[in-house]
Write a protein that binds this ligand. Structure first.
Ligand code: 6PG
Length: 250
């Protein structure tokens, strides 16, 4: 039975990032206590940068970094030191500021010329790390996601091929409107996570958020709708501006 969305409605963007940081710290501490490690897939885009900065500032001494393992939900098809790189953003905002062992960080090898080869290589990295048998999906402790004004999440864009993927863990997804490939975890991986947390801030997301949480349009058109963890938690961290069109009052 897929997860009921847990809406965390905060007032300001800073409140949103504070609440999300507390949840990340709680989940990391719990996972390490229960399973000896915490596995997280980071989101790209601009919204999570503030969260990463906050965690680096407030939790660098308290989190069990040696037992934390960092992956990415998606990546642009650029080198890892490109200004567009999701890895670079997270490295600069968080990973370069905390005592994380370099071997605990698994960027998507998007510098590879062939995006499909980058996706295949990352799939092997994830399969090996989680010791997956054929047909098995990894259970990330936490997957962080953003949402675009078109309802895309990770690099699962409306009406793109990756939305149909049922068995691969990672694919290169051609995004016509960008005339570019993106490398992304697939829906089965997102929906196998123990917890998925969306971070959605700003009035420019209000209309699409209403559709995603309350509307009846198909998931093909609003891929964020297709993220429904099978046995995991689904949390939406919203600020007032993003939630301003929802029918339920904050
Ligand atoms: C990316 C992201 C993407 C992002 C949304 C929202 O690589 O861009 O993974 O899915 O989360 O586009 O982006 P903003 O946070 O910048 O609005």
């Amino acid at each position: 039975m897929s997860a009921i969305a847990d809406l965390r409605r905060l007032t300001t963007p800073q409140d949103l990032f504070q609440a999300a940081a507390e949840e990340v710290i709680r989940l990391a501490t719990e996972a390490v206590a229960q399973r000896g490690r915490f596995t997280i897939a980071l989101s790209g885009g601009s919204t999570p940068k503030n969260l990463y900065t906050l965690i680096a500032a407030n939790a660098s001494a308290t989190l069990p970094w040696a037992q934390m393992f960092f992956f990415w939900g998606d990546e642009r098809h650029v080198s890892l030191d490109d200004p567009e790189s999701n890895y670079r953003m997270a490295r600069e905002a968080l990973l370069s500021k905390v005592p994380i062992p370099p071997g605990n960080v698994f960027p998507i090898p998007a510098e590879k010329e062939d995006a499909a080869a980058a996706a295949e290589a990352y799939e092997q990295t994830v399969r090996k790390f989680f010791s997956l048998a054929s047909g098995e999906f990894p259970h990330f402790d936490l997957v962080l996601l953003g949402m675009g004004p078109d309802g895309h999440t990770a690099s699962l864009f409306p009406e793109t091929a990756a939305l149909q993927e049922k068995s691969r863990l990672v694919v290169a997804n051609w995004v016509e409107k960008m005339k570019a490939y993106r490398i992304t975890l697939t829906l089965p991986v997102l929906n196998a996570a123990r917890c998925v947390a969306f971070l959605v801030s700003g009035a420019d997301k209000a209309t699409v958020l209403k559709e995603v949480l309350e509307g009846s349009a198909p998931g093909e058109k609003y891929p964020s709708k297709l993220v429904r963890p099978t046995n995991g938690k689904l949390i939406w961290f919203l600020d007032r501006a993003a939630g301003s069109e929802l029918s339920t009052a904050a």
